[in-house]
Write a protein that binds this ligand. Structure first.
Ligand SMILES: Nc1ncnc2c1ncn2[C@@H]1O[C@H](COP(=O)(O)OP(=O)(O)OP(=O)(O)O)[C@@H](O)[C@H]1O
Length: 455
C-alpha cells in the first residue's frame, strides 16, 4: 500500500498499468509496407510489360517444359524482386493443382560472403520450405552443398526456381584479380547441372541486378556460354508512379490517420533521389513510426520530413555494417569533402554541391589516416573501394572534364543519400570519426578548403 501511494504521489504508473494502458497506433496493417512483403497482384502498379515477359518465360514449366533462365535488370527498388516473386508464387499454386512439384527460394547476393554461403542458404531455404531435416553448414564442402541441392530438387521437385537477387554483389572474399567472381561460379554450376543431365528435375534461375554490365562482364567464358538468360529491363519510377504505388498501400493506415499531402510529398522526395519504390515505402512506414512514437493521432508531412533522415541513415548503416573499416574511412573522407566544402563546390565552374572530386577525396583519406595514425593503403585501393561502394549505391561515380584540356577526373556524387547524413551516421558508428570532428571542427573544414582550392 505504501508503495502504491508513493507511486500515485509521483504520478507514476506501474509496469503492468503502463503495459495495459491504451495503445494508439496509426497502422491498421503495417505488413503492407514492410520491406519484404510480397503484395497481392492488385497492389502492383504498372509493370505490365515486365509481368508479361516474366509470365511467358515461367509458363512452359506448367506445361512440362523447361523455362529459360532470366535476368531482370534495373535500378534498386524498381520491382524486379516483386515481379519475380509474384509470378513464381502464382505459378506454384497452379503447379500444385496440376500435380507438378514446383517451389521457389530467394537469396540476396548482398548479404553473402562466398559461394559456399550462398549455396548453403539455397539448400537451407529449400529444406525449410519443403519441411526437410536441416543440414548443418559446418564441415561440409561446397561441392557437397551443390550435391545436396541437386538431390533435394531431384527427389522432391519437378522444377526448382531460384531467385538470385543482386547477384553481382556476390563477389567472394578470397579472390585475386585473375579469378572470376563467386557469382560466375554459381551461375556456371547451376546452369551446367541441368545441361549435362545431372538432374532429372530442373532448375530455373531468375537473377536480378542493378549492374548488368558488372554481372555479364564478370562471367568467365565457360559461364558466359552456359548462362544465356532472357533479359527484362526495369526503369526508375517517376513521382506520379511512386504516388500510385503508395496510394495502393494507404490501407496500411487506419482511416483518417494519413494526412492528404503525405503520399504526394513522400513520392516527391523519393523521386528526387533514385525513383526507388523501396525508399518511398520505407519513408511512409517510418513517418508512421515517428507519429506513433510522438503519440500523434495522424501522420503529417512533418513526420515524413523527419523520416527522411532516419531512412537515409538506415540505408547507410546497412552498407557500412557490411564493409571493412578502410572502406568506411574512404567513404567518410569523401563525405566530409562534400559536407564541409559544399559552398566552395557550389561556386566552382566544373564541380557541384552534390559531389566530391576523387583526387580531393583521396587527399582527405590520406590526411585522415595520418591524423589518426591508422594504416594508409594505396590510391589504387582507395579508388577500388569507392568503385565497390558505388555498386551499393551510396554514391555515384561520374567522369568529368575540367575544360581547357586540363584533363578528366572522377567525381563522387551524393545523388540519393546526403553527405551530411553519411558523416553523421559514420560518426555515430565509430568514435574515431566522431573524435576527429570533435577535436577541431575548424581543422577539418580548413583541410577540406585547402585541398579543394588546390584542385
Ligand atoms: N510496380 C510496383 N507496384 C507496387 N509495389 C512496388 C512496385 N515496384 C516496387 N514495389 C515495391 O517496392 C519495394 C521494392 O521493390 P523490389 O524489392 O521488387 O525492388 P528491386 O528492383 O528488386 O530492388 P533491388 O534491386 O534493390 O533488389 C517492394 O516493397 C515492392 O513491393
Amino acid at each position: 500500500m505504501a508503495e502504491d501511494s508513493e507511486q500515485q504521489d509521483s504520478a507514476q504508473l506501474s509496469i503492468s498499468e503502463q503495459l495495459s494502458s491504451d495503445y494508439h497506433t496509426v497502422f491498421r496493417d503495417k505488413d503492407l509496407i514492410e520491406p519484404d512483403t510480397i503484395v497481392d497482384e492488385d497492389r502492383i502498379v504498372g509493370r505490365d510489360e515486365q509481368l508479361t515477359k516474366v509470365i511467358n518465360v515461367i509458363k512452359p514449366a506448367l506445361h512440362g517444359d523447361q523455362p529459360e533462365d532470366m535476368l531482370l535488370r534495373g535500378p534498386s527498388g524498381t520491382g524486379k524482386t516483386l515481379i519475380a516473386g509474384t509470378v513464381a508464387t502464382k505459378a506454384i499454386k497452379i503447379a500444385q493443382e496440376r500435380d507438378i512439384r514446383m517451389d521457389f527460394v530467394e537469396i540476396n547476393g548482398k548479404h553473402k560472403k562466398s559461394e559456399h554461403e550462398a549455396i548453403h542458404q539455397i539448400v537451407h531455404e529449400y529444406e525449410l520450405s519443403l519441411g526437410l531435416n536441416l543440414t548443418s553448414k559446418a564441415g561440409v564442402s561446397t561441392s557437397s552443398r551443390y550435391d545436396r541441392l541437386f538431390e533435394i530438387v531431384n527427389e522432391h521437385l519437378d522444377i526448382g526456381v531460384i531467385v538470385l537477387d543482386e547477384l553481382d554483389l556476390l563477389v567472394g572474399d578470397s579472390r585475386n584479380n585473375d579469378e572470376a567472381p563467386a557469382f560466375s561460379d554459381i551461375l556456371y554450376k547451376l546452369s551446367r547441372a541441368k545441361r549435362i543431365g545431372k538432374m532429372d528435375s530442373t532448375i530455373t534461375l531468375i537473377v536480378t541486378t542493378n549492374s548488368p554490365n558488372t554481372l555479364m562482364s564478370g562471367l568467365n567464358s565457360r559461364t558466359a556460354s552456359t548462362f544465356n538468360p532472357t533479359e527484362v529491363g526495369f526503369a526508375d519510377y517517376n513521382a506520379p508512379e511512386l504516388q500510385e504505388i503508395l496510394n495502393h498501400r494507404q490501407d496500411a493506415f487506419h482511416e483518417g490517420t494519413l494526412e492528404e499531402e503525405v503520399i504526394p510529398y513522400t513520392a516527391a522526395i523519393a523521386a528526387q533521389g533514385e525513383g526507388d519504390a523501396r525508399f518511398a515505402i520505407d519513408l511512409l512506414r517510418e513517418a508512421g513510426n515517428i507519429a506513433n512514437r510522438r503519440e500523434d493521432q495522424s501522420v503529417s508531412t512533418a513526420h515524413a520530413e523527419a523520416a527522411k533522415n532516419q531512412v537515409e541513415k538506415n540505408y547507410i548503416i546497412d552498407v557500412i555494417e557490411n564493409v571493412s573499416f578502410q572502406k568506411q574511412v574512404s567513404l567518410f573522407a569523401t563525405a566530409i569533402v562534400n559536407s564541409y566544402g559544399q559552398e566552395q563546390l557550389g561556386r566552382s565552374e566544373w564541380l557541384n554541391e552534390r559531389s566530391a572530386p576523387a583526387p580531393v577525396a583521396h587527399s582527405l583519406y590520406k590526411w585522415f589516416t595520418e591524423y589518426n595514425g591508422i594504416e594508409q593503403r594505396s590510391k589504387h585501393s582507395f579508388l577500388r573501394w569507392m568503385r565497390e561502394l558505388s555498386t551499393y549505391e551510396v554514391i555515384e561515380i561520374n567522369r568529368k572534364g575540367r575544360g581547357n584540356e586540363r584533363g578528366v577526373f572522377a567525381e563522387y556524387v551524393f545523388h540519393n543519400l546526403s553527405a551530411d547524413v553519411m558523416v553523421e551516421t559514420l560518426a555515430d558508428k565509430d568514435e574515431r570519426f566522431q573524435a576527429t570532428l570533435d577535436d577541431d571542427d575548424n581543422l577539418v573544414r580548413e583541410t577540406v578548403r585547402t585541398h579543394l582550392s588546390r584542385f
